[in-house]
Design a protein around this ligand. Structure first.
Ligand code: ADP
Length: 294
C-alpha cells in the first residue's frame, strides 16, 4: 500500500493567478477523482506532482520520497498521461512502447519484448501493434497512453482529463482499463466530467479556484445533500429572478427549456419538487455556479 501526502501546496503564476491555494490531500491505492471546472487548478496540481513545474511552497511525499527534493526518485515511480498525449509521426504502437521502455531504463531486450507484449494485451491493442499510432482513434491513443504510463511498475499514475473527446463506447472501454489498473496503485484521475468520477472513484476531491472544496467519498457528499435539492422547469426569461430568489446549483436544458436544481434547507413550494441528489448536484453546489446564470 502506497501513500501520497500533499501538504500546504501553493502556486501563484507570474500573471497573479493563484492556481494552487494551500492544497492538502492524502491518498492511498485506488482510483482518486480530482474533479473541478476548467481553470480550477487541476493541471497545475498534476504537473507539480509530476515534477514538470514547481510550487511556491508546500510539500509532497510518496512512501518517504520527497517529490520536490528527489524528483529523479519520483519519476521512477510515476506514470503520467498528460492532457495532450503527443505521439511521434509514423510510429507503431509496439515501436512507441518499446521506445519509452528504453527511455525508462528497461535495457534487457527479452524483458522489454515481454513487457511490451503484456502491455499491448492489457490495453487490448495487440492486434493493432503494427499500425501507426497517428491513425488511431482518440480512445485507442488514450489506451496507448495508459500502456506507456504503466511501464516501470509505477506507484503513482496521473491521468489528466483522459476522457475528453472520447465517444461513449471508447470512454467505457477506457473506464474498464483504468478500474483494472487502479486496484494496485494510486491513480489520480483529473477531470471536469462528473461521470468519470461517479463511474470509477471511491474517493474524490473537488477543486475550485485553486482550493480543495471537498475531500471524501462521493457517496458521503451525496448523502449530505439528501432532502435539500429541488427542481423545476422555468421559462428562459425567469432565470434571473430565480437566481435572485434561490440558490441555483445547476441549470440545464431539457427539451429546449431550462430545468433548474436549487439548494434549500426547506421545501421551497412554488412548483418545486424534491429530487434525489446526485454527484452532479454535489459538484455544482460545491463550486457555486449561480453567478454563471446571470
Ligand atoms: P485546470 O486544469 O483545472 O483547467 P489549470 O491548472 O490549467 O486548471 O489552470 C488554473 C489557473 O491557472 C487558470 O486560471 C489558468 O488560466 C491559470 N494558468 C495555468 N497555467 C498558467 C501559466 N503557465 N501561466 C499563467 N497562468 C496559468
Amino acid at each position: 500500500m502506497s501513500t501520497l501526502k500533499i501538504a500546504n501546496l501553493s502556486k501563484t503564476y507570474a500573471n497573479g493567478v493563484k492556481a494552487l491555494d494551500n492544497v492538502n490531500l492524502e491518498l492511498e491505492n485506488g482510483m482518486f477523482g480530482l474533479l473541478g471546472p476548467n481553470g480550477a487548478g487541476k493541471s497545475s496540481l498534476m504537473r507539480t506532482l509530476a515534477t514538470l513545474q514547481e510550487a511556491d511552497s508546500g510539500t509532497a511525499t510518496i512512501d518517504g520520497i520527497d517529490i520536490f527534493k528527489q524528483p529523479a526518485e519520483l519519476r521512477k515511480v510515476l506514470g503520467y498521461l498528460p492532457q495532450e498525449f503527443g505521439v511521434y509521426p509514423r510510429i507503431t504502437a509496439e515501436q512507441l512502447l518499446t521506445h519509452i521502455a528504453v527511455l525508462k531504463g528497461i535495457t534487457n531486450t527479452k524483458e522489454r519484448k515481454e513487457l511490451v507484449k503484456y502491455l499491448l494485451d492489457k490495453v487490448n491493442l495487440y492486434d493493432k501493434r503494427n499500425k501507426s499510432v497517428k491513425g488511431f482513434s482518440g480512445g485507442m491513443k488514450q489506451r496507448v497512453g495508459i500502456a506507456q504510463a504503466l511501464i516501470g511498475n509505477p506507484k503513482l499514475i496521473i491521468v489528466d482529463e483522459p476522457t475528453a473527446g472520447l465517444d461513449p463506447s471508447e470512454r467505457n472501454r477506457f473506464y474498464n482499463l483504468l478500474a483494472d489498473v487502479g486496484k494496485e496503485v494510486i491513480v489520480i484521475l483529473s477531470t471536469h466530467i462528473v461521470d468519470d468520477v461517479r463511474e470509477l472513484c471511491t474517493k474524490m476531491a473537488i477543486m475550485n479556484l485553486g482550493e480543495i472544496v471537498y475531500h471524501g467519498a462521493p457517496q458521503n457528499a451525496i448523502k449530505e445533500l439528501d432532502g435539500k435539492v429541488y427542481q423545476r422547469m422555468v421559462k428562459h426569461g425567469e432565470l434571473h429572478q430565480y437566481a435572485n430568489d434561490y440558490k441555483i446549483i445547476s441549470n440545464k436544458m431539457v427539451g429546449g427549456q431550462p430545468l433548474i436544481h436549487i439548494y434549500s434547507d426547506e421545501h421551497p413550494k412554488n412548483g418545486f419538487e424534491e429530487v434525489t441528489p446526485n454527484l452532479e448536484d454535489v459538484f455544482f453546489s460545491k463550486i457555486n455556479t449561480s453567478n454563471v446564470l446571470v
